[in-house]
Write a protein that binds this ligand. Structure first.
Ligand code: 13P
Ligand code: SF4
Length: 302
């Protein structure tokens, strides 16, 4: 392992490369990552970096978003097969049908979507800024794709905006059920429940805190509580345990794992850096339209 890390670090210096890693990646990826965080943070980094190569340890839509934000940089995805099952639930045709059924209504997309979908939406959100960004539109009614649960959660937080959601979901977060929360709470009555808004509403409703990956990590760091039930992907728990060994982090159930996020290995990162393979390209016309929707989000989130 030491050799691989050394080689990656050498190549990073030689090639002016930067490695971005999502918190759902296998935890050892942090050994070589320059930036680790949630979708919003990583897209902000991708839009500002002066590196020549961005290696995105994450899933396809994240690398694609980085390429849209930094079209002159080489963006490499260590595992080209690593997609997002939620993003794949809506394609261009399905989006156009959804829009046609609800004409003249602003449409917001979760960043977990393809470039084609983003190119036909007004505004993009991530889980950490969705409430703030949707509020900034000032509309009484909006369309939201593809995550129905994030959309419904935002609707509940705002209280005065009707959100018509597309029926997409995250299969990883949907494995978590209210019964799992209740059982964990019975076993650890002093623990606070921290959940990601991709969870089913019935889970978010009984959580003590709902927020993005970074939001959950920040809450756990700053809370005076010592024990937490974590209702999101395992990578968050692994990092919390590593960073705050004095606190207790209990997975709400075993194997809440995004299989795509877990495809990446240090060997894959070394391989793409060495050979500059798995480069991400986005059609120029699509990218030109999609960047507007992403930049509109970044402007609201500064
Ligand atoms: P965040 O990084 O915004 O918390 O989203 C989680 C996720 O599912 C990434 O695919
Ligand atoms: Fe997509 Fe869910 Fe995996 Fe996130 S955790 S990348 S939403 S499938």
């Amino acid at each position: 392992m030491y050799d691989i890390v050394e080689n990656i670090n050498r190549l990073k210096r030689e090639k002016k490369a930067v490695i971005l890693a999502h918190c759902y990646q296998p935890v050892e990826i942090d050994l070589v990552a320059d930036y680790v965080g949630d979708s919003l943070y990583l897209s902000q980094v991708a839009s500002k970096t002066d590196a020549e190569i961005i290696v995105f340890a994450g899933v396809y839509f994240m690398a694609q978003t980085a390429k849209i934000l930094s079209p002159n940089k080489k963006v490499l995805l260590p595992q080209i097969e690593a997609g997002c099952r939620m993003a794949d639930m809506i394609n261009y045709r399905q989006l156009m049908e959804f829009k046609a059924k609800n004409p003249d209504t602003p449409i917001v997309c979760y960043v977990n979507s393809t470039a084609e979908v983003k190119s036909e939406c007004d505004l993009c959100v991530t889980s950490s800024n969705a409430v703030q960004v949707v509020k900034s539109i000032g509309a009484k009614k909006i369309l939201f794709v593809p995550d129905t649960y994030l959309g419904k959660w935002v609707e509940k937080q705002l209280g005065n905006v009707e959100i018509i959601t597309y029926p997409g979901f995250c299969p990883t977060h949907l494995q978590i059920r209210p019964d799992d929360i209740n059982q964990a709470k019975a076993q650890y009555p002093d623990a606070l429940v921290l959940a990601h808004p991709e969870c089913h509403m019935s889970v978010s409703e009984i959580a003590d805190y709902v927020g993005s990956t970074t939001g959950i990590m920040k809450f756990a760091k700053e809370s005076k509580n010592k024990s937490f039930i974590i209702a999101t992907e395992q990578g968050v728990i692994d990092r919390l345990k590593r960073d705050y060994p004095e606190k207790e982090f209990i997975p709400v159930k075993n194997d809440i794992i995004c299989p795509n996020m877990k495809m990446t290995s240090l060997e894959d990162i070394l391989n793409v850096l060495e050979n500059e393979t798995n480069e991400i390209f986005v059609d120029e016309e699509i990218a030109k339209k999609a960047v507007k929707c992403i930049n509109a989000m970044l402007e609201v989130s500064v």
